[in-house]
Design a binder for this molecule. Structure first.
Ligand code: MG
Length: 386
């Protein structure tokens, strides 16, 4: 029997982390969770550790280390805490694949370390590519590692491109559900609440990405993610609103043919695909029955109603540190919205004003990204407080 793949999950208590553990549990002969990392959820992390028996667990918030250690006393599991421990642990020679499923900018540093250590990367943390796509792509090439997307759209495009020559691609079509406010007027959008925004029609996800879906910032991020993952310029990437979330994305080729990948809106599917590569993992789970869908519909996105989508296209064409600024401001604004400090339409306003106020760096180094992130967060926080 082949040796089990040793998996590190960064963000094991989040939505993608939990679903990754579901997948690992389905294939115990193929995968072993080696390292589990969470930011603050001590109770769930301890529960996962007791069940999956990894070699090591790390809690990001150092003040919770003792609590975690107490819960796991009597086990052989190594208990660590803090960002440095995370950055260090991902380089452990025993680890084969790192599932990067942390939320936001915090995923950048450990992902860079894992790439440098030659790990396979299954990337759910799209902000890593949004912030530093050029840097990440260069590192991936230099260290000869594989980077697989855990994102339903990018998993779809990846599958459509298997066996295809990159020169044969004419454009990528990223599908978007349109979120909970697809049919709302501009006026309606002024009055939506947190509860409204958290009610996604098709996907059950963490709070941050659910708000990003409601503003369509998520789709803007995905355009940037696709550019870096597939080496296709943003002017050849189009967003198509598809409210049923069954067609997960499409690729149009130079001969006029269009390929699509379909499936139920269930993240286990792209997780299974990313971990199973180069093959496919057999699953007895729920199946898509296209016969059950009388209509699959497609429409153009409304960039005026969802200005963050237009801002993302603009950010990628300006390049440099602009996507990093956009991401930082968005993280601050979304957190403030979830904290009831600002309204829904303040989110794009804060992102726009932060981008306008920030200095431009054409070819940012890692340190420039750190600085840009810090400055943009500070500026956006001031706008929230005003
Ligand atoms: Mg997605």
């Amino acid at each position: 029997m082949e040796k089990k793949k040793q998996i590190a999950i960064l963000g094991s208590t989040g939505s993608i982390g939990r679903q990754t553990l579901d997948v690992l549990a389905d294939y115990p002969d193929m995968f072993a969770p080696y390292l589990l990392v969470a930011n603050r959820s001590v109770e769930l992390l301890a529960e996962q550790a007791a069940k999956f028996k990894p070699q090591c667990v790390i809690i990001g918030d150092e003040s919770r280390r003792d609590d975690l250690a107490r819960r796991l006393s009597g086990t052989k599991i190594n208990v660590l805490a803090g960002a440095e421990a995370i950055a260090d642990a991902v380089t452990d020679p025993a680890i084969d694949t790192v599932v990067a499923a942390m939320v936001g900018y915090s995923g950048l540093a450990p992902t860079i370390n894992a790439i440098k250590a030659g790990k396979e990367i299954a990337l759910a943390n799209k902000e890593t590519l949004v912030v530093a796509g050029e840097l990440i792509t260069a590192l991936v090439a230099r260290h000869g590692v594989h980077l697989y997307p855990i994102d339903s759209e990018h998993g779809a495009i990846y599958q459509c491109l298997v066996g295809e020559d990159r020169d044969s691609v004419s454009r990528l079509l990223l599908t978007a559900s349109g979120g909970p406010f697809r049919t709302f007027s501009n006026d309606d959008l002024q009055h939506v609440t947190k509860a409204d925004a958290l009610r996604h029609p098709n996907w059950n996800m963490g709070a941050k990405i659910t708000i990003d879906s409601a503003t369509m910032m998520n789709k803007g991020f995905e355009v940037i993610e696709a550019k870096w993952l597939f080496g296709i310029d943003a002017d050849r990437i189009d967003v198509v609103v598809h409210p049923q979330s069954i067609v997960h994305s499409m690729v149009e080729f130079v001969d006029g043919s269009v390929k699509a990948q379909l499936g139920l809106p269930d993240m286990h599917l792209p997780i299974r695909y990313a971990l199973g590569l180069p093959g496919r993992l057999r699953s007895g789970g729920r199946r898509l029955r296209v016969e059950d869908y009388a209509t699959l519909s497609f429409e153009h996105p409304d960039m005026e109603k969802f200005p963050l989508l237009a801002m993302a296209f603009d950010a990628i064409s300006r390049g440099g540190n602009v996507p990093c600024v956009m991401n930082a401001a968005n993280e601050v604004a979304v957190a403030a919205f979830l904290d009831d400090k600002i309204g829904f339409m303040d989110i794009p306003r804060i992102v726009r004003r932060t981008i306008d106020a920030s200095g431009f760096v054409a070819h940012p180094t890692y340190d420039d990204f750190v600085q840009t992130n810090r400055d943009a967060r500070r500026y956006a926080s001031e706008l929230v407080a005003r």
